[in-house]
Design a protein around this ligand. Structure first.
Ligand code: PGA
Length: 250
């Protein structure tokens, strides 16, 4: 059985005061004894303090990106060892905003994935097609290419210690969610690609859906057989909304 995971990606939002009230509101609202694992990914400067606010709550801490290099003259970058040192367990790699706005290509995403695992961080590998690609019938080829670029470097075994997030770019921050059936179709394809290489890992790897997840659509998305939770942007900035999404994951 795959344990559901609901991750909040705060992106470049928040302040010390806002984060404190968001986290305390969320911790008040999260229902104890639920099966789903919860993860918060604040911006770098707030990682340590958010980690302190989450102490003993069972909610995990993650970062939104990581440098592929381990240390050295890389101004402005943050290493996997640093993320580990401040209490992160997870890190997003290959988020579409990194790919589209900051020029991260498949090869770099693969190196970041490796750097994260080198410090025992769990990478959340984000994949997904643009609207143009979907309309051009390229969803499967784009998502497969993004996945294969990592698998070619790491081998399938690495996915035993990773999470995949399918985030159609056209659904991110647009209010336009993939239908549960549209998402399920891609999730099943991803799982089949992994299972072709290793059936056990194909069955156990968690695949999250991301793109305009909200309380009103989370439950029907999470009910699909190959959707194991969500990667939530905008709706993770509101404690009550995010808590309801978490509750929807079981
Ligand atoms: P959204 O973002 O929920 O605001 O669409 C999801 C993401 O980019 O991870």
């Amino acid at each position: 059985m795959r344990q559901p995971l609901v991750a909040g990606n705060w992106k470049m939002h928040g302040s010390r005061a806002e984060n404190a009230s968001l986290v305390s509101g969320l911790l008040d609202l999260l229902q104890p004894g639920k099966r789903a694992e919860i993860l918060l990914c604040p911006p770098f400067p707030y990682l340590m303090e958010t980690g302190r606010l989450l102490k003993d709550s069972g909610v995990a801490l993650g970062a939104q990106s990581v440098c592929a290099e381990s240390q050295g003259a890389f101004t402005g970058e943050v290493s996997a060892a640093m993320l580990k040192d401040v209490g992160c367990r997870y890190v997003l790699v290959g988020h579409s905003e990194r790919r589209q706005l900051f020029g991260e290509r498949d090869a770099l995403v693969a190196r970041k994935f490796v750097a994260a695992q080198g410090q025992s961080l769990v990478p959340v590998l984000c994949v997904g097609e643009t609207l143009e690609e979907r309309e051009g019938g390229q969803t499967t080829s784009v998502v497969s290419r993004q996945l294969e670029a990592v698998l070619a470097v790491t081998g399938v075994q690495a996915l035993a210690r990773a999470v995949i997030a399918y985030e159609p770019v056209w659904a991110i921050g647009t209010g336009r969610t993939a239908s549960p059936e549209q998402a399920q179709e891609v999730h099943a394809m991803i799982r089949a690609k992994v299972a072709e290489r290793d059936a056990t890992i194909g069955g156990s790897v968690r695949i999250l859906y991301g793109g305009s997840v909200k309380a009103s659509n989370a439950q029907e998305l999470f009910a699909m057989p190959d959707i194991d939770g969500g990667l939530v942007g905008g709706a993770s900035l509101k404690a009550d909304e995010f808590a309801r999404i978490c509750a929807g994951a079981g």
